[in-house]
Design a protein around this ligand. Structure first.
Ligand code: SF4
Length: 249
């Protein structure tokens, strides 16, 4: 029986992998990483170092596209919490890998689902039926972020920088299609190249919509990434304005 963990390069799946190794032994654990080609550089560092420490087999799946390539091709940003990129870049290649390599009785599948989002597990179970799905983070204790950070310290590995920079999650370099405005402002600051790609995609799709007489679509509600960037730049300029003291003039 193999225990397959979908390794996102974030702290939850890192800690989940640790629990699996403790329970089943490293020789029975396989980490599957679906590469979006859009992760933060430091996530790739964390992936390499953590897998070396865990000494488990790593399977990397990559379809050769990033999330915005998918959006551009499908001419669709998604909506209502659904993003076309996760299906194309993560779910489909992961399913193909599992179906081609294991029968349902030969493996169990694991996701780093935390207690605060445990309602997600039922949906994932339905999607993967008849394969068995679980999250080690829901086993005995309700593990939280401090537990994940303590493990990093114990194993002498730095967590992905995205957490310390204040991103809500570490995926897709802070420029996730499903992010809110605050996250995008951080993305603009810390992942400007990825922000530019997202912004160009939004403009490209809206030019297409315009030519068909459709209303423009914005990834963030009520503001385009271009306008958000301009607004942030203006804000920065006014923050940097030097005001001389003129008390004695
Ligand atoms: S993290 Fe966001 S942008 Fe990246 S694949 Fe998932 S939904 Fe798409």
């Amino acid at each position: 029986m193999k225990h397959i963990i979908f390794y996102s390069t974030g702290l939850s799946s890192f800690f989940a992998t640790h629990l699996l190794i403790q329970k089943y032994g490293k020789e029975n654990v396989i980490a599957v990483f679906a590469d979006t080609m859009f992760e933060d550089e430091d996530n790739y560092r964390f992936l390499k170092e953590s897998i070396e420490i865990f000494d488990v087999k790593l399977i990397t799946l990559c379809v050769g596209k990033n999330p915005y390539d998918v959006v551009k091709k499908k001419k669709y940003f998604g909506g209502a919490g659904v993003a076309p990129c996760s299906g194309e870049l993560k779910v489909k290649p992961s399913k193909t890998y599992v179906l081609e390599n294991y029968q349902p009785h030969e493996c169990k599948l694991y996701f780093g689902i935390e207690w605060s989002e445990q309602e997600r597990i039922e949906k994932i179970r339905n999607n993967w039926f008849p394969y068995e799905v679980d999250s080690p983070l829901l086993w005995d204790n309700y593990y939280t972020r401090p537990d994940f950070l303590n493990l990093c310290e114990t194993l002498h590995i730095s967590p992905p920088r995205m957490y310390a920079l204040g991103f809500s999650h570490a995926n897709c370099g802070g420029c996730c299609l499903k992010s809110g405005k605050k996250n995008w402002i951080k993305g603009l600051k810390f992942s400007p190249e990825k922000y530019e790609i997202a912004m160009a995609t939004e403009e490209y799709l809206n030019n297409d919509r315009k030519s068909k007489g459709k209303k423009p679509y914005t990834i963030i509600r009520n503001i385009s990434l271009k306008n958000l960037k301009e607004k942030q730049e203006l804000q920065q300029q006014s923050d940097n304005d030097v005001v001389f003291c003129s008390c004695f003039d």
